[in-house]
Write a protein that binds this ligand. Structure first.
Ligand code: KIV
Ligand code: ZN
Length: 562
């Protein structure tokens, strides 16, 4: 490739030193138009059949898209049939406008008018190519030539629309100077102004001027300059809604749409997940959720993004990449230990502070807002830090381990990831926890027990514990009193061989197991050498859980687990 780059002609930016768009902010959603059923569909290896198109159409309606380009009815029978099915089958809600595309050619325009009969709200979208390159290599004409094509089509459309409008159809016009991004801006203005005048657009009945990046050919800031320039120069700006139609050849479609809006565009044509010709059209989901995460209402509903993904994958037979923004399988997953710790801290901060904002590092959006679960946020691999395993225990299973236990359990999980050489699923993390802390019932086992409790005249509570313990084959009785069940039990076992431990701390909370609620107790004991030993007890009985926890700690210590 050493020399080949020299054959490419660099984009020539226009001069706009007094540009204003860099100081602007996006504070409202654009008018959205979906082109999934047209631009998206035409780029599929297997275009959608009528049933699939209907499914996608209804999904777009559910999302809240109000303008939907439904096809190119003059291009094929399937396209025509689909539009008839939509209209005749009563599939189009009253607040949704269908858009039909047609080339600026007489017989195709006529056929398109036939296709829309009976629809309530229609955008009649016509286009012809205007760029320098297309004029030179495809059409062999000049600016006047392409302008004439557009004006002739506009005349015909105005004429044919008269009876349609008279019959009560809410008909609007849209014109696209196709390959706008490669058109001289003054020529684009001249052509679009001629179309506005021919169609008789007014501020009350605006035309949509759709300015496509048919092939993305420059950096988004240069494109924004073009849009600002175009808008400033257009004499009848008040009679037009400026629309963008970015493709994604340089991978900058989203930025192009965002900067184009800063430059004054009010409408965006896009597709779900960026399906479309070549590298695709701009992705509506990313654009909308980018607004959302800046505190702007996108006026589209992606609260069940997995369902939308499933419909998309089913009807397009395309696959969404694992790292696709907001939806990919891995986008809510943190592999690095430091990221996991920070997410953990962010979640705690949010719970403790009661903040009304989303303040979790490494997660630009709350996964729950798009219907995603916390489950896949953290996957445990050998890079996960000590907080990662604790996070999984809390978010997947509701076990809120005391901080002092995190390093020990983190190490246990890390040893296992090193052993198996791959990441662990949350269920495996739980199995490790259970085996290490909850299932250690030997050598000491509580066979049966009872508590007696009374409160004296000064309000102090006194608890007596009496129980039967088993140590291997030996069964023995213990009894003790204290100011609570833990104290009583600990005093009861004190004279036994278990008395080399002192009680340091405990924490207990409820976990719900389906409809059931269980108590889980984390116990911290210390042996004579000053070493801390942890145990965990789980029971339906809140008095029993800590006793099981104490025995778990002792059993772990005496069997050499710690
Ligand atoms: O990309 C494009 O220019 C188009 C037009 C037909 C709007 O799809
Ligand atoms: Zn396109």
């Amino acid at each position: 490739m050493k020399q080949a780059y020299q054959k490419y002609i660099p984009f020539e930016p226009i001069a706009l030193p007094d540009r204003t768009w860099p100081e602007k902010r996006l504070t409202a959603a654009p008018i959205w138009c979906s082109v999934d059923l047209r631009d998206g569909n035409q780029a599929l290896i297997d275009p959608m059949n009528v049933e699939e198109k209907l499914k996608l159409f209804h999904t777009l309606v559910d999302i809240g898209v109000k303008e939907i380009e439904v096809g190119f009815p003059s291009a094929s029978e399937t396209e025509y049939e689909f539009i008839r099915t939509l209209i005749d089958g009563g599939h189009i809600p009253d607040d949704v406008t269908i858009q039909v595309l047609v080339q600026a050619r007489e017989h195709l325009i006529k056929k398109t008018f036939e296709a829309i009969q009976g629809a309530k709200h229609v955008i009649f979208h016509f286009y012809n190519s205007t760029s320098t390159l297309q004029r030179k290599v495809v059409f062999h004409t000049d600016v006047a030539g392409v302008k004439q094509i557009a004006v002739d089509a506009a005349k015909l459309i105005r004429e044919l629309s008269e009876p349609v409008v008279a019959s009560g159809v809410d008909l609007r016009y849209q014109y696209s100077p196709e390959s706008f991004m490669g058109t001289e801006m003054d020529a684009a203005v001249e052509i679009c102004q001629a179309v506005i005048e021919t169609l008789g657009a007014t501020p009350e009945h605006k035309i949509i001027l759709n300015l496509p990046t048919t092939v993305e050919n420059c950096m988004p800031n240069y494109f924004a300059d073009e849009i600002e320039y175009f808008i400033r120069k257009l004499p009848s700006r008040a009679c037009a809604i400026i629309s963008l139609h970015p493709h994604n050849d340089r991978g900058e479609g989203v930025a192009t749409a965002e900067l184009g809006q800063l430059a004054g565009a009010e409408r965006v044509e896009a597709t779900l997940f960026g399906n479309g010709e070549r590298t695709g059209n701009v992705d509506m989901v990313t654009l909308a959720l980018n607004l959302y995460t800046q505190g702007v209402d996108p006026r589209l509903d992606f609260s069940d993004i997995n369902r939308i993904r499933d419909v998309y994958e089913q009807v397009t037979k395309m696959k969404i990449g694992e790292r696709q923004p907001y939806v990919g399988e891995l986008v809510f997953t943190a592999f690095s230990g430091s990221h996991q710790d920070a997410i953990n801290k962010g979640t705690h901060y949010m719970q403790e502070s009661g903040t009304e904002y989303w303040e979790v590092p490494y997660l630009p959006i709350d996964p729950a807002d798009v219907g995603r679960q916390y489950e896949p946020i953290i996957r445990i691999n050998s890079q996960s830090g000590k907080g990662g395993a604790a996070f999984v225990m809390q978010h997947h299973f509701g076990f809120d381990l005391p901080k002092v236990m995190h390093p020990e359990f983190g190490h246990i999980v890390q040893v296992e990831t090193d052993r198996v050489g791959k990441e662990l699923k949350p269920e495996r993390v739980f199995e490790l926890f259970k085996a290490e802390y909850m299932d250690v019932t030997v050598p000491y086992e509580l066979v049966r027990h009872s508590f007696a409790e009374f409160t004296d005249e000064s309000g102090h509570s006194h608890v007596t514990f009496a129980g039967t313990l088993r140590h291997q084959d030996t069964v023995f009785q213990v009894q003790g009193s204290g100011n609570g069940p833990i104290d009583a039990f600990f005093n009861a076992i004190h004279g036994q061989k278990m008395d080399r431990f002192t009680f340091v701390d405990y924490k207990e909370h409820a976990v719900s197991d389906g409809s059931d609620s269980m108590a889980v107790a984390y116990i911290q004991l210390r042996d004579k050498a000053g070493k801390d030993v942890f145990g965990v007890g789980v029971s339906h009985n809140i008095n029993l859980a800590p006793l099981k926890g104490i025995l778990s700690a002792i059993n772990r210590a005496v069997t050499g687990r710690v």
